[in-house]
Write a protein that binds this ligand. Structure first.
Ligand SMILES: NC(=O)C1=CN([C@@H]2O[C@H](COP(=O)(O)OP(=O)(O)OC[C@H]3O[C@@H](n4cnc5c(N)ncnc54)[C@H](O)[C@@H]3O)[C@@H](O)[C@H]2O)[C@@H](O)CC1
Ligand SMILES: Nc1ncnc2c1ncn2[C@@H]1O[C@H](COP(=O)(O)OP(=O)(O)O)[C@@H](O)[C@H]1O
Ligand SMILES: [K+]
Length: 488
């Protein structure tokens, strides 16, 4: 599990640890990890390799300078571009010079960068505010323009460490070497896309960090631990019966895809209620279909409502009928048009909402751009306002539960990083709904069901033959499942 902490928390932990260690120890640990990562990128010829350090006026620049000194001692030709010559970290600068490295002003930066094999971004770390200032934006752009790989120190400069928001110019890194703990921005787009590969260097901060992280990302082991497994005494009802109210005369395919996601999500049985039963049976004869209202379809342990439902009073009536059931309900797609925050908050069983950015914007009364640029704030706001677990789809899928607990009375938040842009294909969201619904029916807590569903869906998106389509993502699920949990 990757656990991320906000700047305030990281700084408090650093202060506590520094109080017990000789001065400079943490920076030395950070610089050693950073230099090792750079050396690896420069293999097999570190000797003579031209390395340019972009050095801001804080400790982030200090890390870059000490790492540069280590590389210079091993024979690299290291030049530090000092963005503010008076305020460059004095100890770091002295170390670089003592190791044979050079320092230059910002004026010649582009010429140096154009000839470099590697650029180290030590402009700002957790002390950065807003997008890069003019003087820093130029060299950052030069690295991109000349195609020189950038290693970001702690964070790509210009991104917001706490939120993943990017307000202005920012560095685009091939690798980010982060210290002590992940920062939320490294897991949330648009910042995540600028971080490239992320490597965590242990500087001994662990024992000083609080038990509740601000953001969590599952690894395969976390997902595997949550996978439902049938026991000897299992029957189809105990494994979970899921009800699906999806599809319409206009969108019959959504019903088929949602049912497919549920069956491949390990449901013991799937009950389908709606007008697209013929198509569903044609593709999945395992399904129990009916045409009446969902509440007349028989007992289920969870419902999915919304994909392909279409609009109008009939769709709204179907959503209301499902929400009246005292079991977990996942609302997606067209179902999201007719939900009311107070009605959802009054439910005694949990609700899960799975909007994409456009649907989330409508639910929050804001613009799609605002949701996409402030994903973390948006998903938490959805969860709190609707009293539901909210899963915000997109390039990084975020999942939030409503408070209490967590920062500012908000609940836990998870980021899913298994996805691929190939998943942006019609109907793949329907598959995700069915999959999460099956996990809810199996008895998983709503946050776990949503996080596990997103994890499996992302892996299936990667495993499906390129280019994937929604039904081939469904068919990739058994392989993903088996890889996580070898069959007994
Ligand atoms: N505190 C610690 O114990 C440790 C800190 N470390 C490093 O120290 C960093 C934090 O250092 P600082 O607190 O000095 O802060 P930073 O070095 O991240 O940034 C502060 C400096 O950047 C300038 N700045 C802020 N926003 C800017 C912008 N948009 N464009 C251009 N310049 C901008 C400020 O004027 C200030 O001088 C961490 O990210 C990490 O790299 C590591 O050495 C590990 C130990
Ligand atoms: N750029 C992207 N990177 C990774 N995953 C993406 C990206 N864009 C969309 N997705 C994923 O693709 C799926 C699309 O779902 P959705 O928008 O509901 O489409 P549909 O309504 O056609 O099923 C979601 O799981 C979403 O997270
Ligand atoms: K940086």
């Amino acid at each position: 599990m990757r656990t991320a902490y906000r700047v305030e928390t990281v700084r408090a932990a650093e202060r506590a640890l520094m109080a017990r260690l000789p001065a400079g120890t943490l920076m030395a640990r950070a610089a050693a990890g950073l230099a090792a990562a750079c050396a690896e990128l420069l293999r097999p010829r570190l000797y003579g390799a031209r390395v340019v350090l972009l050095v801001g006026s804080g400790d982030n620049g200090g890390d870059a300078l000490y790492a540069g000194a280590r590389l210079a001692r091993r024979g690299a030709a290291v030049t530090a571009v000092l963005l503010n010559e008076e305020r460059a970290h004095p100890g770091g600068l002295a170390a670089l010079r003592a190791a044979g490295g050079r320092a230059a002003g910002a004026a010649g930066a582009e010429r140096l960068i154009a000839r470099a094999r590697l650029v180290v971004d030590g402009i700002t770390g957790i002390g950065g505010r807003g997008g890069l200032r003019q003087d820093a934006a130029g060299p950052a752009a030069a690295a991109a323009e000349h195609g020189v790989p950038v290693v970001a120190v702690d964070l790509p400069s210009g991104v917001d460490a706490d939120t993943g928001e990017v307000h202005g110019a920012a560095v685009r890194a091939a690798l980010t070497v982060t210290f002590g703990a992940w920062k939320p921005g490294l897991l949330v787009d648009p910042a995540r896309a600028l971080a490239g590969e992320v490597r965590l260097v242990d500087i001994g901060l662990g024992p000083e960090l609080p038990p509740e992280p601000d953001l969590v990302a599952f690894d395969d082991a976390d997902a595997a631990a949550l996978l439902p497994r049938p026991e000897a005494e299992s029957d189809k009802y105990r494994r979970g019966v899921i009800g699906i109210a999806a599809g319409s005369a206009r969108y019959p395919g959504a019903a088929v895809l949602t049912v497919g996601g549920a069956l491949r999500g390990g449901a013991g049985a799937v009950r389908y209620a709606g007008p697209a039963g013929g198509g569903v049976i044609g593709r999945y004869p395992e399904t129990l279909v009916s045409e009446g209202r969902p509440s007349e379809a028989g007992r289920v342990q969870a419902w999915v409502v919304g994909p392909g439902l279409g609009g109008g009073p009939e769709a709204a009536a179907t959503v209301a009928d499902v929400l009246a059931a005292d079991v977990p309900v996942l609302v997606d797609a067209d179902g999201l048009h007719s939900i009311d925050p107070e009605r959802l908050r009054a439910r005694s069983a949990p609700t899960v909402l799975t909007p994409h950015a456009g649907e989330a914007a409508a639910l929050l009364g804001t613009s799609r751009d605002r949701v996409e640029s402030a994903r973390l704030a948006s998903v938490s706001e959805l969860a709190v306002r609707y009293g539901a677990v909210a899963l915000l789809k997109g390039s990084t899928t975020l999942i939030a539960e409503p408070g209490p607990g967590g920062p500012e009375g908000r609940g836990r938040v998870l980021a899913n990083t298994t996805g691929t842009p190939w998943l942006a294909t019609a109907g793949s969201g329907d598959v995700l709904s069915g999959l999460i619904g099956a996990l809810l029916a199996a008895g998983l807590a709503p946050l776990d069901a949503a996080a596990l569903g997103a994890h499996l869906h992302g892996l299936a998106g990667r495993a499906a033959p390129v280019p994937p389509m929604a039904s081939t993502v469904t068919e990739a699920l058994p392989g993903v499942w088996a890889a996580l949990s070898p069959r007994r």
